[in-house]
Design a protein. Sequence first.
Length: 321
Amino acid sequence: MYRLLVMAIVSMVVGVSTAGAQAWPDRPIKFLMSAPAGSSIDVLGRAIADKLKDRLGQPVVVENKPAAGGTVATAEVAHSAPDGYTMVLAFNGPLSFAPLLQKLPYDVGKDLAPVIITSSQPNVLAVNATLPVRSIAELVAYAKANPGKLNYGSAGNGTTHHLAGELFKTMTGVDLTHIPYKGAGPMMQDLLAGQVDMAFDGMSTSAPQIKAGKLKALAVTTAQRSFVDPSVPTMQEAGVTGYIVTTWYALWAPKGTPKDAIDRMYQETVKAMRSPELKNVWEAQGATAGGESPAEFEKLIHSEIAKWAKVVKDAGAKIDN
């Protein structure tokens, strides 16, 4: 009788433990977006969220918080309860770049846990159609002949656009003035209007304007050409040896989030990204699907921070008003 009672208690404990392990998620999950509605990261994130609601059995609610180059959304998640119900989908700016340029209310290593890199895409150095250059060589020559005359726009301080420009300045020795905007949308408007001369913009958003002849594409920033427009050379092919910049988007959770929740979110996101529907979304945005594990992702962020710390130091990059 005593043995049966012990077995019954053990079974109950195991049952409760198993139920607890399988309980996540038992309520809606919130994704904070570090960019505005309609942006590339927003389109990709909403597509993932839509797929995940079926796979996880709970709604995945998307909330856009694009302020301060994505650092506001990132900070909110960094200080949220580490229960797996609040995550941020951010581009590499708030994680790799911004912490090197300013004091932020979060520490990437101490406050955030990597979940998965969802996708990556190239930037393109696009110049206003009226600028009298047709190649990187001509741009560099023109900039050196007119020191301080040219500027480049970005989606904000500490964004990929910003640091891509600083790296270009360092590697080519040209003098360009950085003009930060509150998002890629207003930056693009001024680029088209000629208020700024050039930008290291996302290939997907610049491609229609390039095709329409309103912008000229000089080079993409990645190691390979973009499938969106294979005629555009890479920066390395254009003569800037060693220049590689990739914009990646990734999902993060607060540090201390249960490993089971992070592992399941990673696994279900990978499965969702393999669907034909999401493949079409990636291609429409000029992006390539990611899928790196949390451990692989953590190694990448360490190497990225080291790389960009050197760029910031060499360029003397700072926050521009």
